[in-house]
Ligand binder design. Structure first.
Ligand code: NOJ
Length: 528
């Protein structure tokens, strides 16, 4: 498992997110599983990725699709067994693919033995592992704070003994008390459990939320936030870094840090903390040359300041798929700005998504691919609300299920080779043209574009160096070079533009018109 630039793999890897419920189902229950992933590893090898990030696969009541973990040291039966997970890690390594598992430290499942013990007796030591507090008001029947949850809604639930417990997400996800040494020790032991099994990295869920202000102040404009990004969190990641550094190989810690202030974001990436973090600034950025350019500059500056690699992320299991986003008039993404049902031009969205693939795969740093993005899947916005499973739906009126629909592998109708049964979420009939089978060998397909781009990324020396510089081509064109001989040009203007002087065009996201680059199209050039 070599890397392109000789540095540690996580600095320049192509990392593919597997959402296990929706990748491939081996046992015919309509839900994806580990043996399904093992049977389809060839797809990932052929795609050329460097690593898999596996969304949670642990035993869970699935109140939040597995982000409510009941046991971090085992596998949910719906996905398989621990032996199967170990076999997958080994088989992935054998074909040159590293493995990253997802750890959720902010909260656990209400079915976790710790929370059950805490509920069973107010005297239990486990009580202190959580945030149990008396209520306000004469009878204590008002919540301790008015904090709004991350999915919307309230953040406290009352227990039969009259106390309240904190949950920033659903009531089935009680928040842990990170001031308690047992909580810290337990998670370090969980990291070791997975590192001992050979995993190469850990993705850290909700990484900025762990600590809370024990005085429980309300959230007020201009005052320190009571549960976002408290300074103590950095001690935890320093301790985790000591754990990851104690293993051989380059084990990486990758944080899910949603943070608009880049300086505070970069603090998580100081040399003794996390190795990398997801770039949600890029993910949410509009398809707009000036804004994109600012975003790229902001990203590179912030990362350079702490010596960390940038990451480039277009989609994941929480956000509207980018084919859909880029096909709307408003091409931004944020949870606050719900665009469900706003008209989409899927052809335009697909054209831009193809260009975005070349952009995100040629910027310096690591690039993330969310499963199905290599097939050009769009958000399924036609799932009947009665089939929604996402707890966000009830709290915020937006469901993340539309981006979690099972992958289409082959055939002309659902379940498209995903399973022998109907999948847990419905697949659009139109995906018959987007199956892996239909796209393989078609040079105009999204899948072949990704395969070729990832292959070139490996072979092209310019893409292995950290160097980066903007090229002045046209005000509405994003153009940059990587070294003296490689350039990426993305036309975000509404009209064709003339390409800068070059030796060869290596790869284009759509047909070129002689030496003219059509709108919403990107090209990789070898410069003279
Ligand atoms: C972020 C995860 O990506 C999301 O899916 C989950 O609902 C929340 N964290 C809570 O764990």
């Amino acid at each position: 498992m070599s890397t392109t630039d000789g540095g540690p793999w996580w600095k320049s890897a192509v990392i593919y997110q597997v959402y296990p419920r929706s990748f491939a189902d081996s046992d015919g229950d309509g839900i994806g599983d580990i043996d399904g992933i093992r049977s389809r590893l060839g797809h990932l090898r052929d795609l050329g990725i460097d690593a898999i990030w596996m969304s949670p696969w642990y035993p869970s009541p699935m109140a939040d699709a597995g982000y409510d973990v009941a046991d971090f040291r085992d596998i949910d039966p719906v996905f398989g067994t621990l032996a199967g997970a170990e076999a997958l890690i080994e088989e992935a390594h054998r074909v040159g693919i590293r493995m990253i598992v997802d750890i959720v430290p902010n909260h656990i499942s209400s079915e976790h033995p710790w929370f059950k013990a805490a509920l069973a007796s107010p005297a239990a030591k486990e009580r202190d592992y959580f945030w149990f507090r008396p209520g306000r008001g004469e009878n204590g029947d008002e919540m301790p704070t008015d904090w709004r949850g991350e999915f919307g809604g309230t953040t406290w639930t009352r227990t039969p003994d009259g106390m309240w417990y904190l949950h920033l997400f659903t009531p089935e996800q009680p928040d842990l008390n990170w001031d308690h040494p047992d909580v810290r020790a337990e998670f370090e032991s969980i990291l070791r459990f997975w590192f001992d099994r050979g995993v190469d990295g850990i993705r850290i869920d909700s990484a900025a939320l762990l600590f809370k202000d024990g005085d429980l102040p309300e959230v007020r404009e201009g005052e320190p936030h009571p549960f976002h990004d408290l300074d103590e969190v950095h001690d935890v990641y320093r301790a985790w870094r000591r754990v990851s550094d104690s293993y051989d190989g380059d084990r990486a810690l990758i944080g899910e840090v949603w943070m608009p202030e880049v300086e505070r974001f970069a603090k998580y990436l100081r040399p003794d903390e996390l190795h990398a973090a997801f770039n949600f600034d890029f993910l949410g950025c509009a398809w707009d040359p000036a804004l994109m350019r600012q975003c790229v500059d902001r990203t590179l500056d912030a990362h350079r300041a702490v010596g960390a690699p940038a990451t480039w992320v277009l989609s994941n299991h929480d956000v509207t798929r980018h084919v859909t986003r880029y096909g709307r008039e408003d091409t931004t993404f944020s949870f606050e700005n719900n665009l469900d049902g706003v008209p989409v031009d899927l052809e335009l969205g697909t054209r831009r998504a193809r260009a975005a693939a070349l952009l995100s795969l040629s910027l310096p740093g690591a690039t993330y691919i969310y499963q199905g993005e290599e097939l050009g899947l769009w958000e399924n916005e036609n799932i009947p609300p009665s089939s929604y499973q996402d707890p966000m739906w009830a709290r915020r009126g937006h469901s993340r299920d539309g981006c979690r629909v099972p992958l289409p592998w082959s055939g002309d109708e659902p379940p498209f080779g995903f399973s022998a049964a109907q999948p847990w979420l419905p697949q659009p009939a139109e995906w018959k043209d987007l199956t892996v089978q239909a796209q393989t060998g078609d040079p105009t397909s999204m899948l072949e574009l990704y395969r070729e781009a990832i292959r070139l990324r490996r072979d092209e020396p310019g893409l292995h160096r950290p160097s980066f510089g903007w090229l002045d081509v046209h005000p509405q064109v994003l153009a940059f070079c990587r070294g003296a001989h490689f350039a990426c040009v993305v036309n975000m203007s509404g009209a064709p533009i003339t390409l800068p002087d070059h030796e060869t065009s290596l790869l284009a996201s759509g047909p070129l018109d002689g030496d003219r680059l059509p709108p919403d199209t990107a090209v990789w050039l070898r410069l003279q």
